[in-house]
Write a protein that binds this ligand. Sequence first.
Ligand SMILES: [Zn+2]
Length: 536
Amino acid sequence: MASTLFINGKIWAGKADAPIESALAIEGSKILAIGDAALALTCDSTVDLAGAFISPPFADGHAHPLFGGRQSFGPQITGLESVEEILAEIKRFADANKDLEWIIGGTYDPAIHSDGNFDAALLDSVVPNRPVVLNAMDYHTIWVNTEAMKRSGVDTFTGELEVGTIVRREDGSAMGTLREWDAVNLVMDAAPAPSMAREIKALEYSSKRYAADGVTWWLDAWVDRGMAESYLAAEEAGVLLQGVNLAFRADPRTWEEDLPYFLERRKEIESSPKNKSLTAKTVKFFADGVIEGGTAALLEPYTNDPCSHGMPVWEWPEMTRAVLAMDKAGFQVHIHAIGDAGIRASLDAIEAAIKTNPMWDRRPTIVHVQLLDAVDLPRFTELGIIANFGPLWTRQDPMQAVSSAPRIGPERTDRQYLLRSLLDNKTRVAFGSDWPVTSEVPLEGIAVPVHRQTPDRKPAGGWMPHEAITIQEAFQAYTHEVAYQAFEDGSWGTLAPGFNADFIILNSSPFECDPHDVPALQVMKTYRNGEAIYSR
Ligand SMILES: [Zn+2]
């Protein structure tokens, strides 16, 4: 097996307090040595890093890459700042794709329109006779045209939904904005399913994009029926460059009948001889929605709507029953919880599983952890729960300032994303991008919890600066801690002898620059199992 020695670098092994070494030696798919021990070896070839930085690769602990890939085939509206710009892009796309029956795309920022309620008539003005469905960036809301509502039977007479809202005009007609499952599914169930060839292409797209970002592993945190089949086909077709773990979504109404299906898919994935990198170890729960949509479950009512505590996705005792069943079946539990009531219910459910089921290395994860009540903070460590955050969210962007703050008021606004407090309390903090909700590029988000500012450096001194973390802690959360979440911390996420030769080369050290300049760093190479899956 050929061996390679990397010299003259700044090499960081993956823990916040790890010293910077100058050399790394690999042989085949494994790491041989780091630091002086590497320099003492004679290798087949030597690479002069000329001051470049090496760290363990990024791993995305919470994302939706199949959605991201699918979205790449639709109209490109992410980041557009006005309704006019969106309509122009929808028209361009519709004209360029005249044979496409349904136009499905994303994601628009609800904050570009004060209350986030968009009218179907706007979309009708550019595409009147084909259905158009646009996902909002929270992926809990869609904006559709009249034809999409017609095809899916949504109208003035559609009744109340259990989990979901159809926004209505003053005359009672459906406006064109729909929130949460029951509403979103009314429309999506009427849309044609994508072909397998297209699904494989979507995953190939996401995989290449992630390789260029320095990512060698991701968790797909929303796998519904049909999606695991797409992943397995993509893996067998050889288009996945990363390790991938799937989290099946537990639905409040169908989870019991879905469980045997999850078990079957897990078995099929584990026993496929062509599969090298795909696992299905996890089950995903949505405890609640999102603050900016008024659907996150809160202990105290919404400031702008004193009658509402949000919209829990589950009756809490039922969520506990489902968490117990999934945990007993050997699935890692991964719960989306944003409001303080949603987080508390998630902690309660996991605690019940720990107390009731036999002991095992379960590594439960609560993701987003946006508004956490002080009483519940120590429970993460006590129960061994990983807190997974989207680092890009820890700033006062328009989503926070325009869409969330008026809903929860100033006191609760300044109690969000308690990363410092959790780390000081010895909680394991891992990162995930939530792509395509927000950018999947780790370098774009990783330094935000360090400065907690917008790109124009607001507010001065950072938002809740006492909750800021160090850049080394941020790197640990996006590398080593995700390896732990993935049950892979014995294989990658650390640069040490015997570990997989998984690492990235950045053009210079993120630890020696202004944190605001970290997004400008470049991923030069991404290595997985000793092979470059990306070279700039
Ligand atoms: Zn998500």
